[in-house]
Write a protein that binds this ligand. Sequence first.
Ligand SMILES: NC(=O)c1ccc[n+]([C@@H]2O[C@H](COP(=O)([O-])OP(=O)(O)OC[C@H]3O[C@@H](n4cnc5c(N)ncnc54)[C@H](O)[C@@H]3O)[C@@H](O)[C@H]2O)c1
Length: 440
Amino acid sequence: MRIGIFGSGYVGLVTGAAFAQLGHHVVVYDNDVTKIASLRDRRVPFYEPGLAELIERNAERLDFADEPTAAAAARDVVFIAVGTPSAGDGRADLAAVCRAARTIAERIDGPTVIVNKSTVPVQTADVVERIVRAAARRTDVRVVSNPEFLREGAAIHDFFHPDRIVLGCDDPWAENVMRALYAPLAAPVVVSDRRSAELIKYAANAFLATRISYINEIAAICEHTGADVDAVIEGIGLDRRIGRDYLEPGLGFGGSCLPKDVRALAATAARVAVEPTLLAAVLRVNETQLERVRSRLSYVLAGLRGRRIALLGLSFKPQTDDLRESPALALAAALAAEGASIAAHDPAATASARALLGNAVTICEDAEDALFGADAMVVATSWPDYARLEPNAVAARMRRRVVFDLRRALDGDAFAAAGFLYLAVGSPDRAYPLDAGATA
Ligand SMILES: NC(=O)c1ccc[n+]([C@@H]2O[C@H](COP(=O)([O-])OP(=O)(O)OC[C@H]3O[C@@H](n4cnc5c(N)ncnc54)[C@H](O)[C@@H]3O)[C@@H](O)[C@H]2O)c1
C-alpha cells in the first residue's frame, strides 16, 4: 500500500520504517524542516535502538518530505502521528492534530483512510471527521482511530510484536484496509467504535501510571517499617491477577506519555463531571515521591547546601535520550534549589541535556567524572552501565560514601561491604529509626 505519515517523532518514524519493512511504500512528512533534512542525511534526530538500521535497510521504500502533498496525495492510508502535549490546564493540546487533519484533507485525491495514531482524548475522531468533511473535496475518506502502544527504547520490538492492535472504526471498507495493513503481525485485533479506541489508550496509560504510584507508596511504607519492596513485588507479582510489570519503585513516572496522558484523562473526566479521584491521587503520589527522595537525601547529608551530588541517568528510562518530563531533571532542579551542585551523566542524553540545562548542571562525558568529590551518588535511571560500577572504584573518587539507588539497580550488599551508606527506594536505612511509630 501507499502510506503517508504526518509527524517524524518516535511514533511517526517507527511506524514509517516498520511499514516500509513490511513492503509498503511510505512517505513521512514533518513540518520541522530541520528534522526532515537530518533524516534525508540518514541521521535519526533521537536515540532509539535499531531505528537507524531499520530506516537504512528500507531506504528504497521510505521517503522523507518537507512539504505535505507527497504524504497526503495518492496515498491509501495517511497516519496522523503528531504531538499532543499538555496544555496549561492538563488537557491535551490538539492544535497539531487538527492542523494535520486539515492539511491532509485538502490534498487527498483518491479513496483514503485517515488514521489517527496520536494519543487523543475520547471524541477527537469526531472533531477530525468534521475537519475532514469540511476540507476534503471527496466523500470516500474515512477516519479511523488506531492508538499506539510502543515503548520508547523498545519501539521496534513493540511494533512487530504488539500485544494487540486497537482499531476504532465504524466502516467495513476502512476496517478491511487496516486489518490488511496489520495482518503480517499476527496480533490480536480489537475492533471497537472510535471513542472506545481513544479511551483504551488513556485507560492503558493511566493504569500503568497507577501501578507505578501504587508501588511507590508501598515502597515508602517499606522504608519506614523494615520491609523490603523487592520481596513484596515478588510476592504480589506471582499472583496472576496482579503480575509484576510496571511495579517499579523509583523516582516516579515520567517521559512524554504517562504524565501528560494521566493529566489529560483527568481533564476529560472533569469535563464530563466525573470526579477523577484516583487519577488525582496517582499524580499526587508521583509528586510526593520526588519530594520524599529529596528530603531523604537532605537528611542523610545533613542538608544539601554546598553538597556535591553525582546524578547518574537523566533520561526518564534507559535506552532513550528522551528528557521530556524526566523525574531525574526535576530532582536535579529540586537539589540545586537547595544549594547542591550537580554533576550528571547519561549514556545517551548528553547533547540534549546540555541543550536543555545549560549551566545549571554540569554534564559529564563519563560517569566516573561525575563522581569526583561527590558527597553522594544518586542513580536515577537504570542504565546497565551503572550496575557495573565497582564500589571501591566509586569510593576512590567520592568525598563521602553515600549512594542512593533510586532504581534498585546496584548490588547494595557490595556497596555496603565497601563502606557505603547504601540507600534504596523501598528499603529502610539508618536515616529512619525502624521502630518509629510502631506499636506492640
Ligand atoms: N513517544 C512515545 O513513546 C509514544 C507512544 C505511544 C503514543 N504516543 C503518542 O503519539 C503522538 C506522537 O508522539 P511522539 O513522541 O512521536 O511525538 P514527537 O513530539 O516526538 O513528534 C511529533 C512530530 O510531529 C511534528 N508535527 C507537528 N505538527 C505537525 C504537522 N501539522 N504536520 C506534520 N508534522 C507535524 C513535529 O514537528 C514532531 O516532529 C503523541 O500523541 C504521543 O502521545 C507516543
